[in-house]
Design a binder for this molecule. Structure first.
Ligand code: G6Q
Length: 547
């Protein structure tokens, strides 16, 4: 007998409850209860999480909390923090939280406290970043290293890219940061074209140090440097961030120039580790550590707060509600902050790589939906692109709106216009406009009966599109740390509810293996026979065109 999650009584009850809730209009729920916003909001320090604009009632929350209890969410949270090997397919602990454990308490893996090593690397990062920023460490020809190039992909790229952009106002003016991730030669060429080898520091960021994109890009950059400054320059212009000292050495980077991290840090959870070196170089180690403190504050809250008042838990439960019980499988994440414009793609990896899984911890293929299709972009830009579908599409798309109350650039009334827009969007998505209301408006505007008949449906809005709103005071390093940790823990809780392992990523391997097989076929003269007819003819067509 299967003990699958969707067989639980709590799950079944939510399915029945969802059928009833689908018939309700959110605007009526607000009209009936003036306290609704307060009932469905939580706060941590200056962060406000308002989830009242979801199609939920107090019963919904109660039932969701029961599901969380049945799935033993509290126990699982403790298991993660205490270093249990919850990434069971890879037999690893999951301890990105230890990287930002500013509390002076030990964290054990296999009976060994990992905190001294973590602190050692943080201290090494501090020395190095300060020396580079102060010009105590110089390039081969004695010039200051002012151009930092992070070479890495996936988890070794998206966090640093996002955080360096988010914290741009904290960046030193004389440091420029660049990122090369894609194997597409254009990525390398476009960065290198801008740079002077004498002032460039390359950071090769790769947990495994076996990733083909990163190693190929690193080799190209190494050659570019050596061609200009000679082999000796490598020691002064290359550092590595990795768990794999052997491979770092093999590549030709002295392990003294390596910043270590460990298997208990997943790639997409690694911006808090040495992988964050480019962030620390850009904004300084003090700001990097403030980011760790913010994340730690969220960790503490997550670990020690009862489920119903716990921000990441409630964020996860609302998402599960929309996904599994309402049947809305995608989610837009829209920061109304230009500096957070890379946050959606960061969260896209975090959520989709962690929870896009189809095998349960019970070794069964799951019979319910896992994962959420995450997409997004910065508001207000995206209001003029995909918001049409949020307002008048045929399926609701839940949204997370993220707003800082204070901008780093309070110019004229820009920020008030920005805030007015985000609030208007969430209200409009919730309320909608009935056909009758649309007709009345047209009539008021003096339209003829024909015009009203022609337009009233097109000018109506179904509403009832759910959204969360997360307000923070300002995007500073501490708040960014809190925000990212909030989503990391949301993903964790979803993974527990869905009974999947959020910490492996076997799904990315098959395509990689097949690319290795196709590569020699593209390079050689032999006819390709071992593929389906589409792939084979594409190979032939492209080879022909490239001749
Ligand atoms: C993240 C994934 C993946 C990884 C990249 C780069 O969780 O594991 O995105 O970060 O594949 O891997 P390396 O850091 O080993 O080069």
């Amino acid at each position: 007998m299967s003990n699958a999650v969707n067989k639980l009584r709590a799950w079944k009850r939510l399915e029945r409850h969802a059928k009833k809730m689908k018939k309700i209009k959110m605007r009526d729920l607000f009209a009936e209860d003036s306290e609704r916003a307060g009932k469905f909001s939580l706060q941590l320090e200056s962060m406000l999480f308002d989830f009242s604009k979801n199609l939920i009632s107090e019963k919904t929350v109660l039932y969701l909390l029961k599901l969380a209890q049945d799935r033993k969410v509290s126990e699982k949270i403790e298991a993660m923090f205490s270093g249990e090997k919850i990434n069971f397919t890879e037999n690893r602990a999951v301890l990105h939280t230890a990287l930002r454990n500013t509390s002076n308490t030990p964290v054990f893996v296999d009976g060994k406290d990992v905190m001294p090593k973590i602190k050692e690397v943080l201290a090494k990062m501090r020395r190095f970043t300060e020396d580079v920023r102060l010009g105590k460490i110089l390039g081969q020809t004695g010039k200051k290293l002012t151009n930092i190039v992070n070479i890495g992909i996936g988890g070794s790229d998206l966090g640093p890219v996002m955080a360096v952009e988010a914290l741009k106002r904290y960046k030193s003016k004389d440091i420029n940061t660049y990122f090369i991730s894609n194997i597409d030669g254009t990525a390398c060429a476009e960065v290198l074209n801008k740079l002077d080898p004498e002032t460039t520091l390359f950071i090769v960021a790769s947990k495994t140090f076996t990733t083909i994109e990163t190693l190929t890009n690193a080799k190209t950059c190494r050659k570019w440097l050596v061609d200009a400054l000679g082999e000796h320059a490598v020691a002064k212009h290359f550092v590595a961030l990795s768990t794999n000292a052997e491979k770092v050495k093999e590549f030709g980077i002295d392990t003294n120039n390596m910043f270590e991290f460990w298997d208990f840090v997943g790639g997409r959870y690694s911006m808090w580790s040495a992988i964050g070196l480019s962030i620390a170089l850009a904004v300084g180690m003090d700001n990097f550590e403030k980011m760790l403190e913010g994340a730690h504050a969220m960790d503490d809250h997550f670990r020690h707060t009862e489920l119903k008042s716990n921000l990441p838990v409630m964020l996860a439960l609302i998402s599960i509600w929309n996904n599994n019980f309402m049947g809305w499988r995608s989610q837009a994440i829209i920061p109304y902050d230009q500096y957070l414009r890379y946050l959606p793609s960061y969260l896209q990896q975090l959520e989709m790589e962690s929870n896009g899984k189809f095998v349960s911890r019970q070794d069964e293929f799951v019979k319910y939906d896992t994962g959420t299709v995450i997409f997004g972009g910065a508001g207000t830009d995206v209001q003029h692109s995909f918001f049409q579908m949020l307002h008048q599409g045929t399926t609701p798309i839940p949204v997370d709106f993220i707003i800082p109350a204070i901008s780093h650039n309070e110019i004229g009334n820009h920020h008030e216009i920005l805030i007015a827009n985000v609030l208007a969007q969430s209200e409009a998505l919730m309320r909608g406009k009935t056909v009758k209301e649309a007709a009345a408006e047209l009539e008021k505007a003096g339209k003829s009966k024909e015009e009203i008949d022609l337009l009233k449906k097109n000018k109506s809005f179904p509403g009832n599109n759910p959204s969360n709103t997360i307000v923070v005071k300002k995007i500073d390093p501490y708040t960014l740390g809190m925000l990212v940790a909030l989503y990391e823990h949301k993903v964790f809780v979803q993974g527990i509810i869905w009974d999947i392992n959020s910490f492996d990523q076997f799904g990315v391997e098959l395509g990689k293996q097949m690319a290795l097989k196709i590569l020699p076929e593209l390079q050689g003269e032999d006819a390709t026979t071992s593929h389906d007819s589409s792939t084979a003819s594409l190979i032939r067509y492209i080879k022909n065109i490239r001749k």
